[in-house]
Design a binder for this molecule. Structure first.
Ligand code: GSH
Length: 227
């Protein structure tokens, strides 16, 4: 028996990407089930994971249904302590928890204006002031995390952690919408785009059924900036 994870369209479901990275990026085996957002497929699939109403949702090997990405992260971290989902250093762990929580509850302007779409990359999405304010806050907390944890490598708190998994779709939005960030943040975005789990997810996303019309935007496009 292993974990089961129900996810939505890989191209568009940013919360599903976070949930899946919590397994794949930490070497935890999982049986993945997919369903299509904005279709009857979604409630049909969710019916097997009561009382979940959103994706991702996980079933543990002993049959407990856990919905919400942050709950999945915490439950996996306590059940799989050797996987290293959170930093082992208490101070770095506190910073990582704070980052993941702010991501989970914040940045509404960025999330609604720049929906994740791994199938297209725009050269200009005309971000308004609210989007730019979210972006500025994101750069502030990324830089602060590095300063407080001393992280000098690719990731925010040392080794790849839940905080990075939670910001992977943000990195995809920044890259996919050609949003301007400073060199340190740009390097962090690039690290996400080349991470093997992210690349595997995006490769699957490109094969994952037809485009969803609701994500179509009338903005100029450019080639995908990552590998
Ligand atoms: N706070 C939730 C958000 C989950 C969420 O909104 N998922 C979207 C897919 S990306 C969803 O299930 N949408 C379908 C719906 O709301 O009916 C989490 O962290 O998992």
């Amino acid at each position: 028996m292993t974990y089961t994870l129900l996810i939505g369209d890989r191209s568009y479901s940013s919360w599903s990407l976070r949930g899946w990275l919590l397994f794949d990026a930490f070497g935890l085996p999982v049986k993945v089930r997919t369903c299509r957002l904005y279709s009857d497929d979604l409630p049909r699939a969710l019916a097997d994971f009561p009382p979940a109403r959103t994706l991702p949702v996980m079933r543990t090997p002993d049959g407990v249904v856990v919905s919400d990405s942050l709950a999945i992260a915490e439950e996996l971290a306590s059940r799989q302590p050797r996987a290293g989902l959170w930093p082992s250093d208490p101070a770095a762990r506190a910073v990582a928890r704070s980052l993941a929580a702010e991501m989970h509850s914040g940045f509404p302007a960025l999330r609604s204006h720049c929906a994740m779409n791994l199938r297209v990359s725009y050269s200009d999405c005309a971000p308004d002031r609210a989007v730019l304010a979210d972006l500025a806050r994101i750069e502030t907390i990324w830089a602060d995390a590095r300063a407080r944890t001393g992280a000098a490598g690719d990731w925010l708190c040392g080794a790849y952690s839940v905080a990075d998994a939670f910001f992977a779709p943000v990195a995809a939005r920044i890259a996919g919408h050609n949003l301007h960030v400073g060199p340190q943040a740009a390097a962090y975005v690039a690290a996400h785009l080349r991470h093997p789990s992210f690349r595997a997810w995006r490769a699957a996303a490109l094969q994952d059924g037809p485009d969803q019309d609701i994500y179509r935007r009338d903005w100029p496009t450019r080639p995908w900036p990552g590998m």
